[in-house]
Design a protein. Structure first.
Length: 149
């Protein structure tokens, strides 16, 4: 239920970084996850994003807000605005865009897609591991909950 545009890919930067533009609907959440080898940053253009990083850091980002999830630190996001989120994702080094390419499919129109059923969680987890991303819990789970398990 998100729309991604890969603006700058690793092939263009010698693998040093990538930049992705993203649109997401209100309430959209990612699974709790960790990138083992890259820093993921979020810069909000429009809307509001809440970004949980590690056990005790919460960033509520509005327009021009920016925060990062360092390598090896569990994190998750939720679109907490009433309207659509428009943001940039920075990745240092590049690599996340390859996951986006492998899991996603080209949009027939440049607008948020309508879901035709739940996402394929098993496929998402398998592809994530191939791209050094580990899914740690479902959407809505926060990093602090890992300690409670």
């Amino acid at each position: 239920d998100q729309l991604f545009d890969i603006l700058i890919a690793g092939e263009q930067t010698g693998g040093r970084f990538s930049l992705i533009e993203v649109w997401a609907p209100p309430g959209c959440q990612t699974p709790l996850h960790v990138h083992h080898d890259l820093d993921e940053g979020w810069y909000v253009i429009d809307g509001e994003l809440t970004f949980w990083v590690g056990n005790d850091t919460v960033h509520v980002l509005g327009p021009t807000g920016y925060a990062e999830g360092p390598p090896g630190v569990p994190h998750t996001i939720e679109v907490t605005s009433a309207g659509e989120l428009h943001a940039f994702i920075t990745c240092v080094p590049a690599g996340f865009e390859e996951y986006v390419r492998s899991f996603g499919r080209p949009a027939p129109e440049h607008r948020l897609p309508l879901l035709d059923g739940p996402p394929d969680v098993a496929r998402a987890a398998e592809l994530a591991l191939e791209h050094s991303i580990e899914l740690l819990g479902p959407p809505g789970m926060r990093p602090g909950e890992l300690q409670e398990r």
